[in-house]
Unconditional design. Structure first.
Length: 653
């Protein structure tokens, strides 16, 4: 548990960096507003009182809302951290730069840091708390320093460095990060200020003691965040600059319960957004002060909006649309979202919101959602859900999470806000899904979505020092053809098999990847009983690690379990990051290698390998291996204190 005192002592420096000890009269007042972004982590709107939550109180955030506007339709374009921040800082969908793979940063050019437009226009710009912008390369630090007057490497700055410039500040707080649920000790859990028995769980998760305990702990974090916001408000009042400062308060994406963060649902993408303006800037708000607005906005809009407030027009190459200020644009018709991976699981999807309906296009319907990634699968809530499902207790809504994706989904958020019912196959919605499917297909082509480049191809280009954005344009890469192949691969249409087989021999790593993925989808959907002859050489040829393991999964699913599983096991031991993904996706088909996995779980050469083996064993029903996790000193999940949490909840009056 992080107390208010801890929040104040650890995070007060974030507010102090905005402090200027001189009297207001000693400086020439600026004619442009200060703009402050207060960014938190892993938190959906439904956790806040201003969005209807009655379990906690957040007086400081409520004050911002009462003196500003609450956005009911604000979205992170990506449901995970670094691609969402990539989109935020560039004013452009991260897929345009190929930075959609979480924590797989690639080389970018200077234009990536759109905030530089504010610096160039005379703003003092500061970034503190996180620079997780998914970018690498020798010029990264230079571009960062050009974009910001001060970044997180500087503890403080003073009025001498700022002078009389207006400021744009972006400050991050990780109090509500998922790590709160995975690192807080059992003793502190038992002292949580929010009673897990009294919270109202959202229905997209099963009502289990561990889920309640994690949810209560997250709500406690939201209360701690409110204290952090209060530190900023007190400081701005003390310095007499609150009446010239516009504040954006929002989360970097949704979360933190399972099927939130990192997943392509409304619970992963929708974020709280409150925009406060002082009285003299109230005319900029998209609704009456203290009201809610249903205007749709997304992360690529935020920096362009800050620029517009500052009187700066946006460049024409970005995807963002200002929703306040001098260059405010008409409301969006659609929000476009993306998801490409969850750690080493490549699981591409794209989404379209139109204000009521949410369309999801799954390009890899051969995968399931419940593929382990390290953070979420250290949460007691997630592991309890896994056990609940494997013991046959989950209802239909809570079992879909463990089944292969459909090729597309459609949800009516007006009547089904928690996305329990997929309407994609309902004849009544045929025209609606066709329209949104066309919107998505057009958009990914218009923006030149680079998220369809395979993992291996991106890695090779990065090693060559190339940025994807420039490379695709200079080489006239057939991106539209690649997107079309990805769409064909996702269809599960046996008539497309000849085309897929043709591209298995394509020299392009990305075309080869989508071809083998398409064959796997046909096999997984029982539309192809025998592996094409062209598949086996792809498994044994080691040029492309992501292609070889998909070929092995095809071999397993078409009857040659011994050869396919032994190959995947060897690749797992050799550190091929994609082998684990395929073994996870095979689930119960790993029984023949169970003994080898038990040996790896105990004596694997690395902690990561041991954890991967244990994850695979859990999915085979090996639920009583707590001592193996204790061996690696993991005390925050993986069933090490489930019984104590259950006992606490059951015995609470």
């Amino acid at each position: 548990m992080i107390t208010k005192k801890t929040v104040l002592s650890l995070l007060v420096t974030s507010a102090i960096t905005l402090s200027f000890p001189c009297k207001a009269s000693e400086k020439k007042p600026t004619d442009k507003p200060n703009i402050l972004f207060l960014v938190i982590e892993d938190t959906s709107p439904y956790l806040f009182p201003k969005y209807g939550n009655k379990s906690i109180k957040t007086p400081n955030i409520d004050w911002l809302a009462d003196n500003g506007v609450v956005f009911d339709n604000a979205f992170a374009n990506a449901p995970y951290c670094s691609p969402a921040r990539s989109t935020l800082i560039s004013g452009t969908q991260a897929t345009v730069y190929g930075n959609d793979l979480h924590r797989e940063g690639h080389i970018q050019k200077e234009q990536y840091f759109l905030v530089k437009k504010l610096t160039d226009a005379g703003y003092f710009t500061v970034n503190k708390g996180k620079t997780d912008y998914n970018i690498t390369g020798k010029d990264t630090k230079k571009f960062m320093n050009q974009a910001w007057s001060m970044n997180e490497g500087n503890a403080t700055y003073n009025d001498e460095t700022r002078g009389n410039k207006p400021f744009f500040g972006q400050f991050n707080n990780n109090t509500t990060h998922m790590s709160r649920m995975t690192t807080v000790t059992i003793d502190k859990r038992l002292k949580c200020k929010v009673d897990p028995l009294k919270v109202e769980l959202p229905p997209h998760v099963p009502d289990l003691p561990e889920v309640r305990a994690d949810y209560a702990l997250h709500l406690e974090g939201v209360q701690d965040i409110d204290a952090w916001v209060g530190v900023f408000l007190d400081d701005l009042r003390k310095r007499k600059i609150l009446d010239n400062t516009i504040i954006f308060f929002f989360s970097d994406h949704g979360g933190c319960l399972p099927r939130g963060k990192a997943f392509p649902f409304d619970t992963g993408h929708r974020v709280p957004l409150v925009v406060y303006t002082p009285k003299k800037y109230e005319h900029l708000l998209p609704a009456k002060k203290g009201a809610h607005t249903d205007r749709m906005v997304s992360f690529d809009d935020f920096i362009p909006t800050a620029m517009s407030i500052a009187g700066i027009d946006k460049p024409n190459y970005i995807t963002g649309k200002p929703f306040m200020g001098k260059f405010k644009e008409a409301p969006r018709q659609y929000i476009h979202t993306f998801r490409s991976n969850s750690e080493n699981h490549y699981d591409a999807s794209r989404g379209v919101f139109n204000g009521r309906y949410h369309y999801i296009k799954y390009y890899t319907p051969n995968r399931i959602h419940a593929l382990t990634q390290s953070f979420q699968w250290q949460m007691p809530a997630q592991l309890a859900w896994d056990e609940y499902f494997m013991q046959g207790n989950a209802n239909e809504q809570h079992s879909v999470y463990y089944t292969p994706h459909p090729k597309e989904a459609l949800f009516d958020l007006k009547n089904d806000p928690w996305e329990a019912k997929n309407l994609a196959l309902d004849p009544e919605f045929k025209e609606k899904i066709e329209a949104l499917r066309a919107v998505n297909a057009s958009y990914v082509r218009n923006i030149k979505d680079l998220g369809f480049l395979s993992w291996e191809e991106r890695t090779a280009l990065t090693k060559q020092g190339k940025d994807f954005y420039t490379w695709v344009r200079e080489t006239n890469y057939p991106l539209n053809d690649l997107i079309s192949l990805a769409e064909i691969a996702s269809e599960g249409n046996i008539d497309n098999l000849p085309l897929l087989i043709k591209h298995l021999d394509n020299n392009s790593p990305s075309f080869k990847f989508w071809a083998v993925s398409g064959v796997l989808t046909l096999v997984q959907q029982n539309k192809l009983e025998k592996a094409p002859a062209e598949v086996l050489p792809l498994m044994t040829a080691q040029e492309y690690k992501d292609v070889s393991v998909l070929a092995a999964e095809i071999i397993v699913r078409t009857g040659n379990e011994t050869e396919g599983l032994n190959f995947l096991l060897k690749e797992l031991k050799n550190g091929n990051p994609f082998a684990f993904s395929c073994l996870e996706n095979l689930w119960e088909k790993n029984v023949p290698i169970k003994e080898q996995l038990l040996e790896l779980a105990k004596n694997g050469k690395s902690k990561g390998l041991r954890l991967e083996a244990r994850s695979l064993l859990i999915k085979l029903g090996e639920l009583n291996i707590e001592q193996l996790y204790e061996q690696d000193q993991i005390d925050a999940g993986y069933k090490t204190y489930f019984n104590r949490v259950k006992e606490y909840i059951q015995n609470t009056p």
